[in-house]
Design a protein around this ligand. Structure first.
Ligand code: DGJ
Length: 448
């Protein structure tokens, strides 16, 4: 029985762990072809194929820093790697605002591939960055005669002059292809119609949700209706995704409604694929502390009443039918708002992490101390700690400060010194120390 275990590393047929992040799926010749980010060494896009979405066969590194390049449109930038580029020094790796990518050179994200009937070629669109930061904000195109061959890189550019980051491709029933990407520092989501050869943008057809800052677009169509999934913008930390619908791709799009729970079950959309009558959602479960530990999550989409997913820890894909097993949802995690990292989960006993607000720098150091996790505040040096389960918080002198208890509507924090309690509003709470000083707002999320 082909059972996919959500959030677990997948071993491909060659015995190695799959690296195929920000992936897209193309159905071709009786296989599902998965193209995704592979940041090891000089690799950039790897391809795997499967008949059942569970057992994957490694096929090729379709794009690397050493790929052949060919100019197609005059103003594309063909650079993939600086001359004599080698591995990054630890200092260089530490200085970049990307997750380390091993070798100096382009950072490629969210590659997606379509087959172009008009030319008989396979065309890959992706998000290009220079490998140091996210300032280039360009899309890039590569092309190949075979589905999983060596793609020829045709350069990066700004579509219609726009910034272009998270992206996807969509091919309509009549063969018209669209490229969808975040523009204006992610404030707007753009839809572009592609040229007939799929190699460049023919026109900008729609600006969606201006100023609403969306990422991770995924587009599909069911019963004549277009659906788009997108996430909010919180770096590598998950957030609640949204879905929207339209009767025409360049027509009126609805506003965005919630999709999944507050973390989209700890995922960010990357692809969808139809299995029998059901659309299967594929999300990246990013590991913010180690990109290469990131995994994929499959969840069947329910379109009966809007567009929704429920949690399942296992997805059984058998003969075009999907059944799920809800399973264990794990422990609670703490997430600081606007934060790039979590506290909690499997890493509880093994790591020292830094929690920082996105724009204000380091706020907490998370340390392991005699089996406990301790949050040490950067400025005051004061600590909060939790004893394995998130039920007690102590200060640096081992005095119990808070107790966390279940309450009818969420979580109740009891301040052990004052006896005062603080109720979690939904999943958000304000913690104060013994002197009632605020330690900040936390979001408690289930560790899916
Ligand atoms: C979220 C995007 O969806 C990812 O593809 C990646 O660009 C991260 N942001 C980087 O922070």
């Amino acid at each position: 029985m082909p059972i996919y275990k959500n959030g677990k590393p997948v071993t491909a047929s060659d015995g190695s762990v799959m690296h195929c992040h920000g992936a897209g799926i193309l159905e071709y010749g009786g296989y599902y072809y998965l193209f995704g980010e592979d940041r090891r060494d000089r690799r950039r896009v790897s391809c795997y194929r499967s008949k059942d979405l569970v057992n994957w066969e490694f096929r090729n590194i379709c794009l690397s820093l050493d790929s052949e390049t060919k100019r197609h449109y005059v103003r594309t930038d063909l650079r993939l790697a600086p001359k004599n580029s080698g591995p990054m020094t630890p200092e260089e790796a530490a200085a970049i605002s990307l997750q380390p990518i091993g070798h100096r050179g382009a950072n490629i994200e969210r590659p997606k591939v379509l087959y172009c009937e008009a030319t008989g070629k396979f065309v890959m669109w992706m998000h290009f960055e220079n490998g140091r930061d996210y300032n280039a904000a360009r899309c890039a195109v590569a092309v190949c005669d075979t589905v999983d061959g060596d793609y020829v890189y045709m350069g990066s550019f700004n579509p219609v002059g726009n910034m272009s980051r998270d992206c996807t491709l969509y091919k309509d029933d009549d063969g018209t292809a669209y490229f969808i990407s975040s523009a204006r520092d992610n404030a707007d989501m753009m839809i572009y119609r592609l040229s007939e050869d799929y190699l460049t943008v023919a026109e900008h057809v729609k600006t969606l949700w201006p100023g609403q800052f969306r990422e991770a677009p995924v587009l599909f169509k069911e019963n004549g209706k277009y659906y788009m999934l997108t996430s909010r913008c919180t770096g590598w930390s998950p957030n609640q995704s949204g879905w929207a619908e339209a009767d025409a791709i360049d027509g009126h799009w609805s506003s965005i409604r919630p999709f999944g729970n507050e973390t989209t079950f700890n995922t960010q959309p990357t692809a969808v694929v139809k299995v029998g009558d059901v659309w299967l959602y594929i999300g990246d479960r990013w590991d913010p502390s180690d990109y290469l530990n990131s995994t994929m999550v499959y969840l069947p989409i329910n379109l009966e009443n809007g567009c929704s997913i429920d949690w399942a820890s296992e997805v059984n894909i058998d003969g075009g039918k999907i059944t799920t097993f809800a399973g264990d949802i794990g422990e609670l995690r703490i997430m600081l708002p606007g934060c790039t990292d979590y506290l909690g989960g499997d890493g509880y006993n093994v790591f020292t992490k830094k929690l920082a607000y996105a724009n204000t720098g380091l706020l907490w150091l998370v340390e392991e101390k005699s089996g406990c996790v301790v949050l040490r505040h950067k400025d005051s040096g004061r600590c909060l700690s939790s004893e394995g389960v998130l039920d007690e918080y102590k200060d640096g002198d081992d005095r119990l400060l808070w107790e966390l208890r279940d309450a009818d509507e969420g979580k109740l924090f009891i301040n052990r010194r004052t006896g005062k309690s603080l109720l979690a509003f939904g999943r958000r709470v304000i913690l104060t120390d013994g002197d009632d000083r605020h330690f900040g707002g936390y979001t408690f999320v289930k560790n899916y």
